[in-house]
Design a protein around this ligand. Structure first.
Ligand code: WAQ
Ligand code: MG
Length: 259
């Protein structure tokens, strides 16, 4: 019997203008579901777009499409949480972890400068981990690369959560799902991320070797400046890498007794 096909369901919402015309990014989301689950996925993404702490959207798009490529099933990254007392402490720790992953300090400094120059992104910035050069600029109007076609089935996520007990919310699920897909690729040296939602200040540094390292206090409460940077090994084929991020379907699955 042929396996049932998966569908990629995507949402993006913006304020004052559509994304392509420079509107403020409010929210985005991606899911990978079976046909019978499309309605539920659309509902969930619609709810996410309408109730966002970055504001109410003036524009939104929700679309789905069948996925023809075979779905790759991978394990979630191992999670560690570091509790810090201030943004300074959190940021210092994030930089130390990035260096441990193999990103030199001057490149981290360049990345922070780039991030400040590009405040209004809806995707991730790709940076050459050897030169600090931005690699994604000519793609997607410079708004960053949006990783798509990934998900973690709720039942398995909940099981993982009961056993590993971090925090049962969709944000964590989405972030680990994305970080696991991204770090799977050999071109990824490390990822640095914190939310652009003003009410969420925990972020992370991730890579395949050290896992998903959550850090509390990566920005001040109320700040709408988010960050998502992939430090990349540019000796790999970048066009293929971006294609992997955008189109390769990946499901996260945690096996019991895995950890
Ligand atoms: N692909 C690429 N970049 C993305 C994607 C995506 N699918 N989704 C979001 N981004 C970028 C985009 O520029 C956003 O502005 C930025 O990341 C932040 O997105 O407790 O909530 O969805 O362990 O606001 C991490 C910590 C939370 C969770 C991250 O990010 C935890 C978060 P947000
Ligand atoms: Mg956000």
């Amino acid at each position: 019997m042929r396996d049932l096909p998966y569908y990629s369901v995507r949402m993006r919402a913006s304020k004052s203008k559509p994304h392509d015309e420079g509107g403020k990014h409010i929210s985005g989301g991606e899911q990978l579901v079976l046909f019978d689950e499309i309605r539920e996925a659309v509902d969930k993404l619609l709810h996410k777009s309408l109730t966002h702490s970055r504001g109410t959207p003036d524009f939104a798009q929700i679309q789905f499409e069948v996925v023809d490529e075979p779905v790759q099933v991978i394990s979630p990254l191992r999670v560690t949480t570091h509790t810090t007392d201030s943004v300074e402490e959190g940021q210092l720790l994030a930089q130390n972890l990035l260096m441990k992953c193999g990103v030199p300090f001057p490149i981290i400094q360049k990345a922070y400068l780039l991030m400040e120059e590009h405040a209004e992104l809806s995707g991730a910035i790709l940076i050459d981990s050897k030169t600090g050069q931005r690699l994604d600029k000519r793609y997607h109007d410079g708004k960053g690369i949006r990783v798509s076609r990934m998900d973690w089935r709720d039942k398995n996520f909940k099981k993982w959560n009961r056993e590993v007990a971090v925090n049962q919310n969709d944000r964590l699920k989405e972030a680990i799902t994305l970080a696991s897909k991204v770090s799977m690729h050999q071109a990824t040296v490390a990822e640095l991320c914190w939310s652009d939602d003003p009410d969420y200040t925990t972020g992370y540094v991730a890579n395949k070797k050290f896992g998903y390292q959550r850090i509390t206090n990566l920005k001040e409460y109320g700040n709408e400046q988010g960050c998502r940077i992939f430090f990349v090994d540019s000796s790999e084929d970048i066009t293929k890498y971006i294609d992997y991020l955008k189109t390769n379907p990946v499901l996260i699955q945690w096996e019991v007794n895995h950890e």
